[in-house]
Design a protein around this ligand. Structure first.
Ligand code: DGJ
Length: 717
């Protein structure tokens, strides 16, 4: 009895003795640091995560809560573990002890630190990798696991990161979704115990829960105040975040691939590399965290994040499956008339035995349909070229409809259960990507289109269903590898695509939002945030993505979804990568002229929206309007968007204090995208104010008419 009491004291009293000052391992960015230390028990502990300290050695003597860096299952810890396996002799525990650490300065901005741990009894090693991105204040973490036991080991848990936070209360911001309802922001206080946010969709990270979260420390963080940690997992498949508040009110965040139905057999000598967990810590609210994440994504995640994008006219919502060569030639002409860079041909152009005239057939049969397109795709590419616009095309190569030649020829290439009926979603099934022959096929779909039609300038890569009835004929008796192998196979395909077509713009689409994560974005230039293009809803959806995603990657199309004016639709689409999917011939002359001018305006200001710093000034979650602002690096130009959503009483909206200007410079305020009146209704339009005034006094930017909008170009003079 006495013995167990003493043991308990050691466990919960944290009787940890740290060796000496040189045992500090600090992962530092410009403003923050994550500090670890090696204790005399040879274990590594997290001492601190927060704003950089002048002297982090003081942490060694403080009673600030310390937590083991990557707690394995089977030791003395009584809460959720970061890793679990069972050794060849049946021992179900790991004891991870410090071996060494290395620091490698990759370049002026990036430093990698690796902390090596090893089981003290078994040949089992875990190395914890940290990349610190100095100027963006971002830390990327992942884990590599390897063993040399005689037989394979099963990994039951294999998280990418375990972080510990100490605060009085924790506020979780999560973003949940459904089709056409993406990125719905929700905030709640974490209570004692576990909260899990995860997904089990197989082909992507998100439909219902997104792989993005924020934790406000001590209080709910707002835009410009409070400590906040914004995290995400770079993985295009099942993910899991576990938030556990323990008996001492410490928060443990475990992030990684969802281990759900995914016990992983690790053969001796093979290194299991987890995906990266990426986070931004901010001591002054969500805005700074988002700005850093957006900047980091453009530089280190998104393909060609520093290059311009193409404006486009898409035909999906205007024609659906009902088109032919003549109609498309007309639409190519419309793209030209509008002034956009490209025409994008969507779903419905392929298959002959079972023509793609609706979503029930044909996926898998990627030959142009001879009835709709007797002269193939090449003639359309030529036509576009003749008209001076580029041509892009839609594919969904990972999928198959049962009514297709592919299904008839390769029944063994399909993910579905033996002895059970097939389960369809959007009438289709998922191909068995772990099978290398299927990988060749999927890669071949894109490669053949590009080879047959070398002028194609853009691809929209769609993925319209998650995985259910998850059984891979190829993986045979190793089914628990399927969720992981699917994503790994996808990356292999993307790698091949990028080797041959390094800069081809490709949109990542997934039946609306859902396949949006930092790893997939390495291979894509942009993503489709939602099938919901109603601009009222889009204000919220685009607002939600902006916490993590740069606007240059966020495709916003002007469509006929929603009854708002063409101006409101255009102004909403402009706050990201603008495109059109609307019947141009249905616009009246004035609307067409407005749209043509808007494209010209957009081309003039898009580099500020794409590469500038974003400030969310007024939240639609807290107000009847939303206001956002983009400022270029030199602060010489600012673009401000204001969207009035509702007005119950015709209330007057307050002035908005701008951000991101130079206080000592003067700026001319000019409203642009004016419609239907050619003159601004704002009396400050055309006037000159100092940056100091605009930031301290502000501007009137919102009309009190529901579903109205205004765009201001504010230029230094
Ligand atoms: C879902 C996408 O989100 C839409 O934009 C469109 O491409 C359809 N698929 C086509 O089937």
């Amino acid at each position: 009895m006495r013995k167990s009491v003493i043991l308990l004291l050691i466990l919960i009293g944290g009787n940890i003795v740290f060796a000496q000052s040189d045992s500090i391992i600090a992962i530092r960015t410009k403003n923050n640091e994550l500090v670890y230390s090696v204790a005399q028990n040879h274990k590594v502990y997290q001492l601190f995560l927060g704003q950089k300290l002048n002297n982090n050695i003081e942490l060694l003597k403080s009673d600030y809560e310390k937590h083991e860096i990557y707690i394995p299952f089977g030791g003395s810890d009584l809460f959720e573990s970061a890793i679990r396996t069972v050794h060849n002799d049946g021992n179900p525990s790991l004891e991870l002890q410090y071996v060494k650490y290395l620091t490698n300065r990759i370049d002026d901005n990036v430093t990698e630190t690796v902390i090596f741990l090893k089981d003290n009894q078994y040949p089992f090693e875990v190395s914890l990798h940290f990349k610190a991105y100095y100027s963006e204040d971002i830390i990327e973490q992942w884990v590599e696991i390897v063993h040399q036991e005689k037989k394979p080991l099963t990994l039951f848990n294999f998280s990418s990161a375990m972080l510990h936070l100490n605060a009085s209360v924790y506020w979780l911001t999560q973003f949940h979704s459904d089709w056409a309802q993406e990125m719905r922001m929700e905030e709640s206080q974490l209570t004692s115990g576990i909260k899990v946010i995860d997904s089990k969709l197989g082909t992507r990270a998100d439909v219902y829960q997104t792989p993005f979260f924020m934790i406000g420390l001590n209080k709910a963080a707002d835009e410009n105040n409070g400590e906040v940690l914004a995290g995400t997992l770079a993985w295009t498949g099942n993910f899991k975040f576990t938030f556990e508040v323990n008996n001492k009110n410490s928060l443990r965040i475990i992030s990684g691939i969802n281990p759900y139905a995914s016990e992983y057999k690790l053969i001796p000598g093979k290194i299991f590399v987890t995906p990266s967990f990426i986070f931004a810590y901010s001591h002054s609210g969500k805005e700074l965290a988002s700005q850093n994440l957006q900047r980091w994504t453009r530089k280190y995640s998104l393909l060609d994040g520093d290059k311009p994008r193409l404006t486009l006219l898409n035909n999906w919502e205007t024609t659906f499956f009902d088109f032919n060569e003549q109609k498309l030639t007309g639409l190519i002409g419309d793209a030209k008339k509008l002034g956009v860079d490209m025409f994008l041909l969507d779903d419905g152009w392929f298959a002959n035995k079972y023509p793609r005239n609706n979503d029930k057939t044909s996926l898998g049969d990627w030959e142009p349909n001879k009835t709709k397109l007797p002269n193939g795709i090449a003639v359309l590419v030529k036509e576009a070229d003749k008209q001076g616009v580029k041509f892009g095309i839609w594919i969904e190569p990972e999928m198959v409809n049962p009514k297709s030649e592919l299904y008839e020829k390769h029944p063994d290439w399909i993910i579905r259960l033996p002895n059970r009926p097939e389960h369809f979603s959007r009438n289709q099934l998922v191909l068995d990507l772990p099978n290398p022959k299927v990988q060749d096929f999927v890669y071949g779909v894109l490669d053949k289109i590009m080879t047959d039609n070398p002028g194609i300038a853009y691809i929209k890569w769609d993925c319209n269903r998650p995985m259910t009835s998850s059984y891979s004929p190829y993986l045979k008796d190793n089914q628990s590898a399927l969720y992981i192998e699917y994503v790994e196979a996808l990356y292999k395909i993307f790698e091949r695509v990028r080797q041959k077509y390094p800069h081809l713009p490709i949109m990542l689409c997934s039946g609306g939002g859902g396949r949006i994560d930092y790893k997939a974005l390495r291979y894509f230039t942009e993503f489709w945030p939602s099938d919901n293009t109603d601009p009222y809803e889009r204000v919220f959806i685009q607002w939600g993505y902006s916490y993590y995603m740069p606007t240059i990657a966020t495709c916003n199309h002007i469509t006929s979804w929603g009854k708002q004016s063409i101006k409101f639709k255009t102004d909403v689409a402009m706050m990201g990568k603008m495109g059109y999917d609307i019947q141009i011939s249905h616009l009246n002359d004035k609307e067409l002229k407005f749209s043509q001018d808007a494209v010209v305006n957009y081309k003039r200001i898009s580099d500020i929206i794409w590469f500038g710093t974003m400030y969310r000034l007024v939240s639609p979650y807290e107000n009847n309007r939303a206001v956002v602002l983009f400022s270029n690096e030199s602060k010489s130009k600012v673009i401000l968007f204001s969207y009035t959503l509702n007005t119950r009483f015709g209330e007057v909206f307050n002035r908005v204090k701008l951000r991101g200007l130079a206080a000592d410079k003067n700026y001319k305020v000019q409203e642009i995208n004016l419609f239907p009146e050619p003159k601004s209704k704002f009396s400050e339009d055309g006037k000159i104010f100092s940056g100091d005034y605009l930031m301290k006094v502000g501007l009137t930017v919102s009309s009190n008419q529901a579903l109205s909008s205004s765009v201001f170009e504010i230029s230094q003079i």
